[in-house]
Design a protein around this ligand. Sequence first.
Ligand SMILES: [Zn+2]
Ligand SMILES: [Zn+2]
Length: 311
Amino acid sequence: MVFDITILGSNSASFAFGRHQTAQIVNHNHHLFLIDCGEGTQIQMLRYRIRLNRINHIFISHLHGDHYLGLLGLLSTMHLQGRRNPLFLYGPPGLAEIITLQFQISDTRLNYHIDFKELETERSYQILETDTLTVQTLPLDHRIACCGFLFKEKPKKRRLLRDKLPHGLPPVHLNALKRGEDVKDEAGNVVVRSEEVTLPPRPSRGYAYCSDTRYNERLIPLIRNVDLLYHESTFTNEYAERAAVTYHSTAQQAAEIAQRAEVGRLILGHYSSRYRDLTTFEQEAREVFANSFLSSEGATIPIGELTNESD
Ligand SMILES: [Zn+2]
Ligand SMILES: [Zn+2]
């Protein structure tokens, strides 16, 4: 089952050195979710062939421009492309007002419905549940209300060993075996034992998105053991003081969170426009957490191990 992220923008405040403002796509089993929507996000989606109307859920972490200024253009294009499906838009208080006012003044009546979901950013709680996935908020420590997002796969079913199955079992029995239940005859005798014809479920994978925040230990228990962590790293050690004052993190602080939370891999991003070369970010992070990598525009990064479609 596909579970990955595609980076559309890896930079902070402004466009620099080919790097765009923050935005990324989460693809879970071909359902696409957009996280943050900096200016130019729809251009990036065009570039990387991501179809706008496959997105039904957009998550905005906070209302600094580099995380949402692309939203109005994107919502307008969805309208022009004839979207009919409702769109679920999650964001901190104020987002609904901003969007509604702009469409109101331009007398734009969208041909689809936007379902605004106002987020509380002070606590962690579940905001979305699908058949296979949950999404919950992660409180972040920033200058204004801000939260990250934790995507977690639900527990999976056991996997059938086709060559060990007796012929002709009806779907109801196959489903029971996948749930770990044995198949019994009318007298209650076990006919097929689940353990003998199935493998344990694949592990449930998790992805945590944390931007923007200063070093925040409260995150550690919430993101423990996730397969992939994206954590902002606006500055290198040289500007550690500036990071603290502006409520941002250094690459090394991001790595410290990753290391203490024992995550699988760390992806850095939200770089300050003052840096042309980013190698110091990776170097400084790896001193603390070896499995640290830079994000870059257009990169698709798998979450955990790749598994077959049917699992
Ligand atoms: Zn930002
Ligand atoms: Zn910010």
